[in-house]
Write a protein that binds this ligand. Structure first.
Ligand SMILES: *Cc1c(COP(=O)(O)O)cnc(C)c1O
Length: 355
């Protein structure tokens, strides 16, 4: 039987997507060839790329609003430097909410002056800073919508006149937002959209072409836009599986419907974390808790072996916290069914009975 997969990334994808993807490896679209052996410029694959781009914009309600969707390589980590390369002329403003923001800041510093508007580093990133001000003369403001490692999530975004750039790697397509407030959104596929190997970049074209530096072709958003994500060979399989997942999401009723399910899953586990005296949540303020990654600890470390055996015996995978936080992390991406969350909650209750 398939395990209850709480892995933080790469992570669970819909079972029907795995099924279709495996069929396409053997015989894609009934053309008697594998998707892995056809040209990325063939009609069959160009359709996949176009569909994936269209579905991404449709889910985000950004069609006909001046945005382009790209499927690039290099992961979200490449976007840390690519965003700065393309947008940073003099000065950029960053909000530091954890490991990923810190890495983005480190890369951007190579390109200009960097203003860290606020940071939650003082409390090991267990909250989202609020009430900071953003310098209006910065070229852009960058934030990370969901902190995959620490389990915090931004529930609102600052109002600013400068371009808004957001790393949405771990909560893209999980909740409704006014995406038109953002000028550049990027997300590594492997958290909520598809397999590792491709990164979705959604960019408002009007913010590009404003820096004076020369940009190498592979790092230039305008080059990739000009070639419709086909400047070089794209990660064909990752793009295909992402397209299948975006189609699946549409069949589920889109972001609105999946958000409701994600909130139910999150409520289920946080209710137990708050009720059960053996557990404590990692995030300081309830309003900052992530619906995607719930982080928690045992109040009595000596119970860890018993608890670990309980959830492993129940068929649960990937519940250990990130090494920088410890404890536990339940990653509940779109494809994770609520039944899996119930299994973890049951093991938490079972531990309480035994302790
Ligand atoms: C996983 C993750 C990254 C890193 O993604 P890569 O594709 O491995 O480079 C960046 N940002 C966030 C928020 C993440 O969750």
């Amino acid at each position: 039987m398939k395990k209850h997969n709480f892995s933080a990334g790469p992570c669970i994808l819909p079972q029907s997507v795995f099924q279709k993807a495996s069929e396409a490896v053997l015989n894609f679209n009934g053309i008697d060839l594998s998707i892995l052996e056809i040209s990325h410029r063939s009609k069959d694959f160009v359709e996949v790329m176009e569909k994936a781009q269209a579905l991404a914009l449709e889910h985000l309600q950004l069609e006909n609003k001046g945005y382009k969707a790209l499927f690039l390589q290099g992961g979200a980590s490449m976007q840390f430097l690519m965003a700065a390369y393309n947008l940073l002329e003099k000065k950029a403003a960053y909000l530091n909410t954890g490991t990923w923001s810190s890495k983005a800041i480190k890369e951007a510093k190579l390109f200009g002056e960097l203003v860290e508007v606020a940071s939650s580093k003082d409390q090991n990133f267990n909250y989202i800073p609020k009430n900071y001000s953003i310098p209006s003369d910065a070229d852009y403001f960058h934030c990370t919508s969901n902190n995959t490692i620490f389990g915090t999530q931004m529930k609102s975004f600052p109002e600013t006149d400068i371009p808004l750039v957001c790393d949405m790697s771990s909560d893209i397509f999980s909740r409704e937002l006014d995406f038109s407030k953002f000028d550049l959104i990027y997300a590594g596929a492997q958290k909520n959209m598809g397999p590792a190997g491709t990164t979705l970049v959604v960019v408002k074209e009007e913010i590009l072409g404003k820096v004076s530096r020369q940009i190498p072709s592979m790092l230039d958003y305008q080059v990739h836009i000009g070639k419709d994500s086909m400047f070089n060979t794209p990660a064909v399989f990752s793009v295909y599986v992402s397209m299948l997942t975006l189609k699946w999401l549409k069949d589920q009723g889109g972001i609105k419907a999946i958000q409701k399910k994600n909130e139910e899953k999150a409520a289920l586990i946080y209710r137990e974390i708050d009720r059960n005296p053996l557990f404590t949540g990692f995030v300081a303020n309830k309003e900052d808790r992530s619906t995607m990654n719930a982080t928690f600890n045992l109040t009595d470390e000596s119970l860890s072996e018993t608890f670990n055996n309980l959830w492993k015996d129940a068929g649960v995978n990937g519940l250990n916290g990130h090494r920088s936080v410890g404890g536990y992390r339940a990653s509940m991406y779109n494809a994770l069914p609520i039944e899996s969350v119930q299994v973890v909650v049951d093991t938490m209750r079972e531990l309480e009975k035994r302790a």
